[in-house]
Ligand binder design. Structure first.
Ligand code: SF4
Length: 277
């Protein structure tokens, strides 16, 4: 997912310098592989103040990934569900929700479900970001969620292109099959669903591709086209100087999605922030 661990409005990154590691915890508890935990954010859960949990590991290697450490599981640490729960609850008076992102959080579905059961019992709303690669795990976790945001990186009708934009080295046909199975899980869930595509020049910046994606995600409550922003530290260094798709073209792509029948289309650019098309 394209999230950064340096949220403007988050004051705390919870690092493993002053807490117990796995060996100190209750050995019966599930373990989460974590990159960070912030006290609160105003931008990670629509309409709510949310603590944000960053989980490590990802099946993809998108060349433009901002979160290489999370994707590659670098600088990560293991904590029991109980320790994570207690830390989040120490911020309970500031938050009404928890957002979980990555990496691909759904890789850790069993431990997350244990955590979500505890958080729901405390009245917190729950959101997850996903990359649509683990449909069975997504199906298990979705009953616990109040909001789901997923990345669809390009048209699932183009297996080889999907593998290219995600840096996926396995079977491209199986990859898009899993993406489509995940979309079906989301469609059936009845939960509020946000679908996002990061638009990168020469990768997925064509109206035809956006129309193809739109046809597959017609059930989504919102579809967000977000402008790729080159910056230092991307997984593929050559993308740090890649051309940006300008706002005018981003809006044209947004219109293509709208004309393809999507309910709500939002274009996010550095120039103008979020604009409803
Ligand atoms: S590699 Fe891709 S899917 Fe994985 S965290 Fe980075 S941007 Fe998200």
């Amino acid at each position: 997912m394209q999230k950064t661990r340096s949220k403007q409005d988050s004051k705390t990154i919870y690092a493993p310098t002053n807490i117990c590691y796995t060996g100190c915890d209750n050995m019966n508890e599930a373990i989460l592989n974590i990159g960070g935990l912030t006290d609160f954010s105003t931008v990670d859960f629509p309409g709510k103040l949310a603590s944000v949990l960053f989980l490590c590991g990802c099946p993809f290697r998108c060349p433009w990934c901002y979160n290489g450490d999370l994707a590659l599981s670098k600088n990560c640490f293991e904590l029991s569900v109980g320790v994570v729960f207690e830390k989040i609850m120490s911020w309970r008076d500031m938050i009404d929700a928890v957002a979980v992102t990555g990496g691909e959080p759904v890789m850790q579905a069993d431990a997350l479900i244990d955590l979500f059961k505890k958080l729901r019992a405390e009245g917190l709303s729950l959101k997850i970001d996903s990359d649509c690669f683990y449909p069975e795990s997504l199906e298990k976790i979705i009953p616990f969620l109040d909001y789901v945001a997923v990345d669809v990186k390009t048209s699932p009708g183009r297996p080889l292109e999907y593998a290219k934009v995600t840096g996926f080295k396995g079977d491209a046909v199986d990859l898009v099959k899993k993406v489509r199975q995940s979309l079906e899980v989301l469609r059936k869930s009845g939960k509020p669903i946000e679908v996002r595509t990061t638009i990168v020049s020469d990768m997925n910046d064509s109206a035809q591709i956006i129309k193809e994606i739109a046809k597959e995600v017609g059930f989504a409550d919102s579809y967000v086209l977000q402008q790729f922003e080159p910056r230092e530290g991307l997984l593929d260094k050559s993308f740090e100087s890649k051309e940006v798709v300008e706002r005018k073209k981003m809006l044209e792509l947004g219109k293509a999605a709208k004309e393809a029948g999507l309910k709500k289309v939002i274009v996010r650019t550095k120039e103008n922030g979020s604009e409803v098309v």
